[in-house]
Design a binder for this molecule. Structure first.
Ligand code: C2G
Length: 133
């Protein structure tokens, strides 16, 4: 009897990739045996954060796809499509940083929803500010 594979899915922009992103992805991967990552398109990031990303979506996807803990990447176009994405990838677990705590509980009818502690003191915005000064 082969053990059913367990797919974990997560989403993000992963702009100016930093240790907080990596730690989130590695911990998410630990909830199953396949990690699928929805990388926000430039347009979605604009609507989500009110600014375009520093790096374009193709580069952000390539960086995430290159990680040992990541098995698949795809373009995340909107929050409204999240249920569609969860079903398309047959996700067993949705893992997000806890800055999203509670925001995706509505999907607990089709997958386990877990919120992982954010890595303190690092964010893309802070990195940009550090470079600026
Ligand atoms: N993260 C973290 N620690 C940080 C910064 C980010 O754990 N210091 C996590 C976030 O909680 C998120 C993931 O890393 O789970 C990606 O962060 P962002 O690229 O900022 O993604 P976000 O804008 O939260 O997009 O559909 C949901 C959105 O696409 C999530």
């Amino acid at each position: 009897m082969t053990r059913q594979s367990k797919t974990v899915i997560t989403f993000g922009t992963f702009d100016v990739f930093h240790i907080g992103h990596l730690r989130l992805l590695e911990r998410a991967r630990g909830y199953g045996d396949r990690l699928v990552v929805g990388v926000s398109t430039d347009a979605f990031n604009e609507s989500k954060k009110g600014r375009g990303p520093v790096f374009p979506e193709n580069e952000r996807m390539q960086l995430v796809a290159a990680l040992k803990c990541v098995d698949e990447v795809f373009s995340e176009e909107s929050l409204e499509k999240k249920r569609e994405y969860l079903l398309r990838w047959q996700a067993n677990v949705l893992a997000m940083g806890d800055d999203w705590a509670g925001r995706f509980d509505e999907f607990s009818d089709i997958c386990q929803v877990v919120y992982l502690e954010r890595t303190p003191a690092v964010s893309t915005t802070a990195v940009i500010e550090k470079i600026r000064t």
